[in-house]
Design a protein around this ligand. Sequence first.
Ligand SMILES: NC(=O)c1ccc[n+]([C@@H]2O[C@H](COP(=O)([O-])OP(=O)(O)OC[C@H]3O[C@@H](n4cnc5c(N)ncnc54)[C@H](O)[C@@H]3O)[C@@H](O)[C@H]2O)c1
Length: 266
Amino acid sequence: MTDTRVALVGACGRMGTLINRRILETEGLTISAAFDLVNVGKDIGEVIGVGKIGVPVTDPKDLATVLKETGTEVLVDFTVAPATVANAPVAAAAGVNLIIGTTGLTAEQKTGIVEAVVKNNVAAVMSTNYSIGVGVFNKLIRQAALYLGNDYDVEIIEAHHNQKKDAPSGTAMTAAEIISEAMGGKEFKFGREGVCPRGKEIGIHAIRGGDIVGDHTVMFIGNSERIEIRHQAHSREIFVGGAVMAAQWVVSQKKGVVYDMSDVLN
Ligand SMILES: NC(=O)c1ccc[n+]([C@@H]2O[C@H](COP(=O)([O-])OP(=O)(O)OC[C@H]3O[C@@H](n4cnc5c(N)ncnc54)[C@H](O)[C@@H]3O)[C@@H](O)[C@H]2O)c1
């Protein structure tokens, strides 16, 4: 069997570097291309510290041409929301399957990506968190929300490193959406300041500092007790493994569908 040909956009970033390294170590996968705004023209192997591999970093303005020329089957995108919104439809139109890890996408932007996937009959995985532990965390918070119902106030606190661009995290937003759906619909309140009596909302709070990889705590607070469910990422490797697993998985799935990480894990 020939290797699955995978390209990365955001290839030189924190996540891109680790995913590229993992692809090189994974049997059955080959790096076909690398896109970023930085290090254009350099060999991606040298950029990620493993020595020349013969794949240059390319400016994403040439995305369609390079994806076709290199026979890329999957494009993995860990960049920023405006880049993903621009690149995903171009890759889909080139017949390339997608793994989207970028967070901070609005509902409208996500809908645009889904439309491009359906229209071009490719498959995609879109997840705000590729860790297996967060998949379980999401199931636990849903279960707790179903058990506890509206008698408990819900607060979500997330913490990330000081370079993270979007807030609150995509994982915190996904948690809020899961709980809201389980509790029959809730408003979200982002931080509190001044006079703000508590309603029936889900409170969402973001902490930024140092090198925190990603902590998420959901508090279900009742009278005289509270339950806290917490996930703490010790290393970005947890996202890397899931993203690479998704890239291997997506090529053999039914086309015209956007999957999430729970589909990959199932
Ligand atoms: N879904 C998950 O499991 C998960 C896990 C970690 C991070 N993330 C998300 O992934 C994204 C990237 O995170 P990171 O820590 O690697 O960030 P980073 O800043 O280290 O890397 C982003 C890379 O994207 C490149 N880039 C920016 N604009 C671009 C464009 N228009 N075209 C091509 N490349 C462009 C940058 O030059 C950089 O190399 C963020 O949205 C982050 O929240 C998701």
